[in-house]
Design a binder for this molecule. Sequence first.
Ligand SMILES: [Cu+2]
Length: 142
Amino acid sequence: MIRICIATVMLLSTTLASAGSALAIRNAWIGFLPGDRPSGGFFVLDNNSDREQTLVAVSSDAFDDVSMHRTVDRGEAVSMTPVASLNVPAQGQVKFAPGSYHLMLIGPQRALQLGDQVAVQFRFASGEETTVPFSIKPLWQE
Ligand SMILES: [Cu+2]
């Protein structure tokens, strides 16, 4: 019974957090590469709630496939590993930036140009979803 009560309280606080838009995604941009090569997506995710939030899915109609990656520098070799989900601490922040976490955007549905915007959907374990416009920018400057 206690477990059920706790679950209910958590559900309620999740709903309240959603209503207050506790999650904010800003500085969202996609590093431009000509042609249909995979692009990287970058942004800052703020969790303004008092609960840890977990980012569980990212998608976009503008691409065949979107996934979360992390660049790992092992000294002699730099590689990327897929990230299935990502925890954002309460009152914390996660930065997606070149050389670190990034979105891997594969198979653009149309030729993208500098200055274009594409919509990217984010889904969290709480059930909250948000759609964020990403600007197409040169890869080597923010
Ligand atoms: Cu990658």
